[in-house]
Write a protein that binds this ligand. Structure first.
Ligand code: F6P
Length: 345
């Protein structure tokens, strides 16, 4: 028999334009089962500090198309805090939370999975603009980020051709080049650089020069922030933070590449770092539908008593997979698609 009465919902890691759309869907579906929904503030921090509020229907009304997360987010890991897990357990019991729905990327869901070993019940929803969650063709928020990045590529095209410049667009993706690849293809970039395939400066220059020979005196390069050159002496600037990799500030590869291109070709090269613009604004219709379906599915899983699992999208099919299976590996890059994109260079 299902003994769930109260669901706690949290959003961890980087937000997306579609995060609120998931929260709304979870609440509405939970209401159909008469579950109470507690909003855990600022990711896992809310359960460490006891920052939890009861959600009401009017609080989730009108948020479908609003970017960000009404619950707040943070990259806090209770396993890295002294007595963190104890505090989480205390607050779960204090707020009578029977099950958690964790909305986030790998990091937030790894915490959910580890907590299940302490008898804490939970279900994960794959949400990150990075699109790097294993066994998920799409993670929620990715499509919206791609739309924003594609719009930026389109805009850079016009000014690049007017001023005969090389334009580099640096997009998010520390370990995964999905945003760069999709927006690069959609925007007709002349070169796409992703973390999964270290690049060679000779090749970069060759692509630019071949375009010149064809009469194109400008080029657009889309680079993921985690892209790395093959050359050992070219450095990506990484500013180390306090505790973990997510406190490192990535970014900077665009400028490194620009300097090298100018040095080797003499062509004026400008850089646009798109940054957090990719995580804001309205979600696309596609993301709103994914978010809505995922929220409903997560509550159904809770209702069926299926825990320690993650909602997964395989094509148009929504299903669930054990957390362990999802989190044991990175999602492999679609190298065929990357290869395909090269015929346009
Ligand atoms: O996890 C998504 C992501 O957008 C990455 O692509 C990016 O590197 C990172 O978050 C930035 O995170 P923060 O906003 O915490 O600096």
């Amino acid at each position: 028999m299902n003994e769930i009465k109260t669901i706690g919902i949290l959003t961890g890691g980087g937000d997306t334009p579609a995060t609120n759309a998931i929260i709304r869907s979870v609440f509405v579906k939970a209401e159909t089962y008469k579950y109470k929904v507690m909003g855990i503030k600022n990711g896992w921090d809310g359960l460490v500090s006891g920052n939890v509020i009861e959600l009401k229907r009017d609080m989730v009304s009108g948020i479908l198309d609003r970017g960000g997360t009404m619950l707040g987010s943070a990259r806090v890991n209770p396993f890295k805090i002294e007595n963190g897990v104890e505090m989480v357990k205390e607050n779960i019991s204090k707020f009578s939370i029977d099950s958690i729905i964790c909305i986030g990327g790998d990091d937030a869901n790894i915490i959910m999975h580890r907590l299940s070993q302490y008898n804490i019940k939970g279900v994960g929803i794959p949400q990150t603009i990075d699109n790097d969650i294993n066994l998920n063709d799409y993670s929620i928020g990715f499509d919206s980020a791609v739309e924003i990045a594609t719009d930026a590529v389109d805009k850079l095209h016009t000014t690049a051709s007017s001023h005969h410049r090389i334009m580099i667009l640096e997009v998010m993706g520390r370990e995964a080049g999905w945003i760069a690849l999709y927006s690069g293809i959609a925007g007709g970039a002349d070169l796409i650089l992703i973390p999964e395939v270290p690049f060679d400066y000779d090749y970069v220059v060759d692509v630019i020069e071949k375009r010149r020979e064809r009469g194109k005196d400008y080029s657009i390069i889309v680079v993921a922030e985690g892209a790395k050159p093959e050359l050992k002496n070219a450095k990506v600037e990484v500013k180390p933070g306090l505790n973990n990799i997510h406190q490192m500030q990535f970014g900077g590869i665009g400028n490194v590449i620009a300097k090298e291109i100018e040095k080797r070709t003499g062509y004026e090269t400008r850089v646009t770092v798109l940054g957090h613009l990719q995580r804001g604004g309205k979600p696309t219709a596609f993301d709103r539908i994914l978010a809505t379906r995922a929220g409903i599915k997560a509550v159904e899983l809770v209702h069926e008593g299926k825990f320690d699992c993650m909602v997964c999208f395989e094509g148009n099919v929504i299903k669930s997979e054990p957390m362990e299976k999802v989190l044991c590996d990175y999602k492999p890059m679609d190298l065929d698609l990357y290869e395909m994109s090269r015929i346009f260079y």
